[in-house]
Design a protein around this ligand. Structure first.
Ligand code: UDX
Ligand code: UDX
Ligand code: ADP
Length: 471
């Protein structure tokens, strides 16, 4: 018989666990949801009186305001959270391994394993354990083995895979009206019952026909596949953008025409300076690693090319900037507008802006950075990590962080749009032009700006997927 879930614990209060479980609490007032994390500052921020939450996500504050203290709690008491719950989400980080076997490709499952071991050692009653973090195929099997080997008499653990498909910046609307909720379970009676229990939770707001139940391995692989295919669309369109720049075709027109085919569809075909974010690269590299481990080198090579093309796109855009500015940017001031990996988030993981600035540093340019949401400390951390060969104070001699786009552009010779923040469209471009050195260059890596209008003002505009200076 499926268990009626009344208490949920979520281990990991990050970009995935935080918003997902906050929405569950909002939509299921009869369920108590406790989100736990090892990090005291993170939990303090979730609990802060003025709702200065640790992550920026449109609509999130309202969700938390709607249920914090009612049936949503944030705590560092991981053991208590585990003990009380009948269902536990494991939403810890799974970064790409930096050393050891599979370094650079495989996911680091250390955090998942530690959380799993903690569940096994403190649980005093049966639990449904839900793998929420994106993990390589068959991780659930490892979790099951650990839990079974360490469980106490009378404690049963059922493992489910329930990957999260939310995108940052639209997390709350994605969670409110998901395209689908995917739940994978063992195809045993107990597995199907556990699956039913979790499906009940989602059915409080998600139509039943959108809740898909599949086998554990299908569920795990579907998450990797979905991200790999989305990223592959971007690499495909970015590969075409290089052809457009060389031929005079316009990537927006090409992508628009291709996307009209209902078999392809219009979404997710925007050429860019390259995709970023914590998921795409990591998940594809995971798929590459999996394919190699399964002795499928052709499959591995196919997916690896999606990431290689993305690296090429970032390098290519940086090189185009240097080429256009008379083959040198040494000593020139460049305003980089946007540092987050996409608009409407403060997240910078794998952001294309980092690669661009890293390369500008090598060219000995002077760089002004402005992003409306990324904290200054994060920018320094990312640049320090990108350039381990130089000391932070040397980086700080070349890079200034600005408080507005206007300030960043003052006295610059070029402006680079690295993130598609809407506010960059609304800049007073006439005023910006007046304050810049001439010729004043704009490099639009996000197809964001009206190139014709900027050209009219006097800017030399270069846009991804279009030949230089042709509007
Ligand atoms: C992605 C998936 O969309 C989501 O389903 C999954 O759960 C996590 O990974 P996220 O990384 O948050 O979400 O953002 P997404 O909107 O997918 O963008 C990823 C990157 O691709 C960004 O850098 C974005 O700017 C870029 N992108 C996206 C493009 O360059 N062009 C596009 O057409 C779409
Ligand atoms: C294709 C394009 O669809 C059409 O728009 C263009 O004008 C000409 O090329 P066609 O080659 O006639 O049309 O058939 P299509 O239905 O696209 O199938 C092409 C091949 O892909 C077939 O061998 C088909 O069996 C295969 N296919 C198609 C799959 O293996 N899986 C699919 O999901 C779809
Ligand atoms: P994601 O984008 O996958 O949500 P984040 O890094 O934003 O990843 O969040 C993962 C969170 O999980 C971090 O806040 C981290 O402190 C927390 N975490 C990792 N391991 C544990 C653990 N064993 N117990 C509790 N929290 C953990």
């Amino acid at each position: 018989m499926p268990v009626q879930v009344t208490k949920i614990c979520c281990i990991g209060a990050g970009y995935v666990g935080g918003p997902t479980c906050a929405v569950i609490a909002l939509k299921c007032p009869h369920i108590q949801v406790t989100i736990v994390d090892l990090s005291q500052p993170r939990i303090d921020a979730w609990n802060s009186e003025d709702f200065e939450l640790p992550i920026y996500e449109p609509g999130l504050v309202d969700v938390v305001k709607g249920c914090r203290g009612r049936n949503l709690f944030f705590s560092t008491d991981v053991d208590k959270g585990i003990k009380e719950a009948d269902l536990i989400f494991v939403s810890v980080n799974t970064p790409t391994k930096k050393s050891g076997v599979g370094a650079g490709y495989a996911a680091d499952l250390n955090y998942v394993e530690l959380a799993t071991r903690q569940i096994a050692s403190v649980a005093e009653s049966s639990k449904i354990v839900v793998e929420k973090s994106t993990v390589p195929c068959r991780t659930a099997e490892s979790m099951r083995t650990i839990l079974e080997a360490n469980s106490k008499p009378g404690c049963r653990f059922d493992i489910l895979s329930n990957p999260e498909f939310l995108a940052e910046g639209t997390a709350i609307s994605d969670l409110f009206t998901p395209d689908r909720v995917l739940i994978g379970s063992l195809q045993t009676q107990e597995g199907k019952d556990a699956c039913q229990s979790l499906a009940e939770v989602y059915s409080n707001w998600v139509p039943r026909e959108r809740i898909l139940t599949v086998g554990l391995w299908s569920s795990e692989l579907s998450k990797l596949a979905a991200n790999a295919m989305l990223a592959q669309r971007i690499s495909s369109v970015n590969a075409l953008s290089a052809i457009c720049e060389a031929t005079g075709a316009n990537i927006d027109e090409v992508a628009g025409a291709v996307g009209f085919d209902s078999r392809v569809g219009p979404k997710f075909l925007k050429a860019s300076v390259g995709f970023g974010g914590s998921c795409f690269q990591k998940d594809i590299l995971n798929l590459v690693y999996l394919s190699e481990s399964l002795h499928l080198p052709e499959v591995a090579a196919y997916w690896r090319q999606v990431v290689d093309l993305n690296e090429y796109q970032k390098r290519r855009f940086g090189k185009r900037i240097v080429d256009t500015m008379f083959n040198t940017i040494t000593g020139k001031r460049i305003a980089v507008l946007g540092f987050a990996f996409k608009a409407d988030t403060g997240d910078t993981r794998e952001s294309a802006a980092i690669t661009l600035i890293r390369d500008f540093l090598s060219e000995r340019a002077r760089i002004n950075v402005y992003d409306p949401k990324v904290p200054e400390s994060q920018i320094w951390l990312d640049l320090e990590e990108a350039r381990p060969d130089i000391k932070l104070d040397a980086i700080q001699k070349q890079v200034s962080i600005c408080q507005s786009a206007m300030e960043a552009c003052a006295d610059a010779e070029a402006i680079v749009i690295a993130t598609e923040w809407k506010e960059f469209k609304e800049i007073d471009w006439e005023a910006v032009y007046a304050n810049m050195k001439k010729p004043a260059f704009v490099f639009d890596g996000r197809l964001l700006l009206d190139a014709a209008a900027l050209t009219k003002i006097g800017f030399k505009v270069t846009t991804i997927g279009r030949p230089s200076h042709i509007v």
